[in-house]
Design a protein around this ligand. Structure first.
Ligand code: SF4
Length: 374
């Protein structure tokens, strides 16, 4: 175990040896419908084997390959994959404010990659994609951490998740959806009854207004169905771009980047962008990846933020992407101490979902307890 620790520390402490792609400056810094398809892909036998291997943080923190060996595939990719970041095209709706509600999505426009450090745009694209590939191996079972069975449940759960944990939402929504299973039911609900159910989520009065309001709008304007278009979703009360992309990406299989607090923190630590406005972060990061990867990328980044790269004390000494991270050292670098900071399945604890996907359970993940359980 000690050998492991030394390896990670050594690799990360010699940034020049990490990879030609890694900058050397000090950093400035849910299982339904179409989502089931990528999840199914990940649960192939080969992936399961990888998942089992990667699930143990100690193993990931103790890669058998040297830094030089690790960087070999990246160099190969640099030769065989032509990356033209400046030509990356994003839909215009990823670069505009939510005031686009009701307007038609404009035609596509180009977003130029602008690295915040001295890295070239091409090197940044390659490094960013490599981090995402590594995270895909660390979290092959990554998924939305809200329990839901249909787009309506995901929409409501996402609205409720503001200012609280997904765990608390998952512990609250079973009672809500048992009492009000459809938009019609919730639209006609007595607000006081709903408030009592939502009380554990915090801000329960405002959240009650939002979920009843959005249910009324679904009934009145969308035939009781959750719309599958960004410009329609953001017209619903309490629904912004972040919530809309969660629904589009996970209930409708339409790619979207979810810029939550974890995503904002990590992409700045990795120097993917120095933007602070969520819409600009979304556009800047979107320019680094093919659109088809946006939803899974969001899961990978958010999962890493929740488990390893915490806000106050990132577990750098147990971080599998330490050699690629310009912010290595911002947190605990001692491998033993860092391992104690790991959360959820990486720390051997229950996850946030009461009903997680099978791939998560297969990888050793545990379901969350219901509300009130010890
Ligand atoms: S835990 Fe440390 S090394 Fe890992 S991504 Fe976060 S800041 Fe970088």
């Amino acid at each position: 175990m000690k050998k492991t620790a030394k390896k990670v520390t050594k690799r990360a402490a010699t940034p020049a040896a990490k990879s030609a792609e890694t900058p050397t400056e000090t950093p400035t810094g849910k299982p339904t419908g179409k989502k089931a398809a990528p999840a199914a892909k990940k649960t192939t036998a080969a992936k399961k084997t990888t998942a089992a291997k990667k699930a143990a943080p100690a193993k990931k923190a103790a890669p058998s390959k040297s830094a030089a060996e690790k960087s070999a595939p990246a160099k190969k990719a640099a030769v065989t994959r032509k990356v033209k970041p400046a030509d990356v095209v994003l839909p215009a709706d990823t670069a505009v404010k939510a005031d686009a509600a009701g307007k038609k999505a404009a035609s596509v426009k180009k977003i130029t990659v602008r690295p915040p450090g001295g890295e070239s745009p091409t090197a940044l694209v390659r490094r960013a994609r490599r981090i995402n590939r590594e995270l895909a191996e660390v979290y092959p079972y990554a998924h939305p951490e809200l329990d839901f069975e249909n787009p309506f449940q995901l929409l409501v759960a996402t609205v409720l998740s503001a200012q609280t944990t997904d765990l608390r939402v998952n512990q609250t929504t079973p009672a809500l959806f048992a009492r009000y299973p459809t938009p019609e039911d919730l639209a006609a609900a007595d607000p006081e009854e709903v408030e009592q159910i939502l009380r554990p989520c915090g801000f329960f009065r405002a959240k009650t207004r939002s979920v009843i309001g959005l249910s009324k709008s679904l009934v009145e304007n969308f035939g009781g169905e959750v719309p599958g278009r960004l410009e329609d979703l953001v017209t619903l009360p309490g629904v912004g771009r972040k919530t809309a992309f969660v629904v589009l990406g996970n209930a409708y299989g339409r790619p979207g980047i979810t810029v939550d607090t974890h995503f904002q923190r990590l992409v700045r630590r990795w120097r993917w962008t120095d933007e602070t406005d969520p819409d600009k972060i979304e556009a800047a990061v979107g320019a680094l990846f093919p659109k088809s990867e946006w939803t899974d990328l969001s899961h990978h980044v958010i999962w890493h933020g929740r488990r390893i790269c915490h806000a106050r004390k990132p577990a750098c000494g147990a971080c599998p992407i330490a050699p690629l991270c310009p912010a290595y050292g911002e947190g605990e670098t001692d491998p033993e101490k860092a391992r104690k900071l790991l959360k959820y399945e990486k720390g051997g604890f229950p996850g946030q979902r009461l009903n997680p996907p099978q791939a998560y359970l297969d990888a050793g993940g545990k379901p969350a307890p219901p509300l009130g359980a010890a």
